[in-house]
Design a binder for this molecule. Structure first.
Ligand code: ZN
Ligand code: ZN
Length: 203
């Protein structure tokens, strides 16, 4: 999991170029479902801005999945422009050091305050220690951009429910037959209703 980690000391105001192709499986956190995308490329510039770091760039890749209708191949191009600001995060060790100082009530208050500040920072993108790891944020983007529906083409005709033929390439008569059956049933039904009606009137 060394991909997409950058040493702070390498990043200057002039910028540090990022250009990598990464297997998505290397970005995948443990215990989460995999995504239908195998590889991504990321290209951009990491720049030092005051005490913070800015990453601007583009993530590109291709989602490939079975078509929801016909089970053929469905492809969706991913091209996402990125602008991430990284601030230094307060890690838990730092919180513990603060807790050890001062008396109990003060400690509680300061811990609370630090925790709030920490939570606020967590809303932004943070880095810990001497490196910035882009992988969790790239993973997040890939999750957010995964399409809900996969279709090989917008008007995919799908598979026939009855005979299983791929209706994009072949035609079948199942639907027509069903229509015929439907018509017959409807006719019989209206006939029956008419008979019942007549009988009711007679009585
Ligand atoms: Zn399809
Ligand atoms: Zn059919």
């Amino acid at each position: 999991m060394e991909a997409l980690k950058y040493k702070i000391k390498d990043i200057t105001e002039k910028g540090y170029p990022v250009k990598e192709t990464v297997k998505v499986s290397e970005l995948q956190p443990e215990g989460v479902q995999s995504l239908p995308i195998e590889e991504i490329s990321i290209e951009g510039l990491m720049t030092k801005v005051g005490h913070n770091f800015l990453f601007t760039g583009i993530i590109e890749g291709m989602y490939i999945h079975l078509c929801d209708r016909c089970l053929g191949e469905a492809r969706y191009k991913l091209r996402k422009e990125i602008l991430w600001l990284f601030e230094k995060g307060i890690c838990d060790e730092y919180l513990n050091v603060i807790v050890k100082k001062g008396n109990v009530s003060e400690t509680k208050k300061s811990k609370q305050k630090e925790r709030e500040e920490f939570d606020e920072l967590a809303e932004k993108r943070v880095y810990q220690g001497d490196e910035i790891d882009l992988s969790p944020y790239v993973w997040e983007e890939l999750v957010l951009d995964t399409p809900y529906k996969f279709l090989c083409k917008e008007n995919c005709a799908g598979l026939c429910y009855v005979c299983g033929k791929n209706l994009n390439y072949e035609s079948c008569n199942c639907n027509k037959q069903q229509d015929t059956i439907g018509e017959v049933v409807n006719t019989k039904l209206s006939e029956l209703l008419q008979t019942v009606n007549l009988k009711l009137k007679e009585e």
